[in-house]
Design a protein around this ligand. Structure first.
Ligand SMILES: [Zn+2]
Length: 153
């Protein structure tokens, strides 16, 4: 199967700042597993963990659905505390370098786009945590990626 992800993405903001997103091999492998299963199983999802460095985000790893998450064919609600436990243990293992970058989940469609519920949830997270943030939806053929970056004055 062809991978839907390239390991490095670049964006220019309206002001002309260059923003880059890099993915580790491990994170790409986990996204690829989610991609393979997305048409057959309930929605999968979790948090994105990585490093923020000036205008670049480095995705180190992701968590995937755990037992206590709410999963359905067209819904994913992250509820299992294991995601947050993984975040805090990676954070302490890396001495604070690796932290929360955002959320991901899968959709059972070829070319996914965010639902109204997704938008509502992302707006809430953005209000609580602020930029930079990364929101990813994995579909069977493409991924939807939204990066929110700080504008530099
Ligand atoms: Zn969704």
């Amino acid at each position: 199967m062809q991978s839907i992800l390239s390991p490095r993405l670049q964006y220019l903001s309206e002001r002309g700042d260059l923003h880059q997103i890099f993915f580790s091999k491990k994170a790409l492998d986990d996204f690829e597993i989610a991609q393979k299963n997305t048409m057959m199983s309930d929605e999968n999802g979790g948090i994105i963990l990585g490093i923020i460095e000036e205008n670049s985000l480095y995705v180190e790893s992701i968590t995937s659905a755990c037992v206590k998450d709410e999963r359905a064919r067209y819904a994913f609600l992250r509820q299992d505390e294991k995601h947050l436990e993984a975040w805090s243990s990676i954070n302490s293992d890396s001495k604070g370098r690796i932290g929360y970058l955002g959320e991901w989940h899968s959709h059972p469609e070829k070319n996914p786009s965010p639902s109204k519920i997704d938008r509502k949830e992302w707006t809430k997270i953005r209000g609580e945590l602020g930029a930079p943030l990364l929101f990813i939806i994995i579909g069977a053929e493409t991924m939807y990626l939204e990066g929110i970056f700080k504008e530099h004055v």
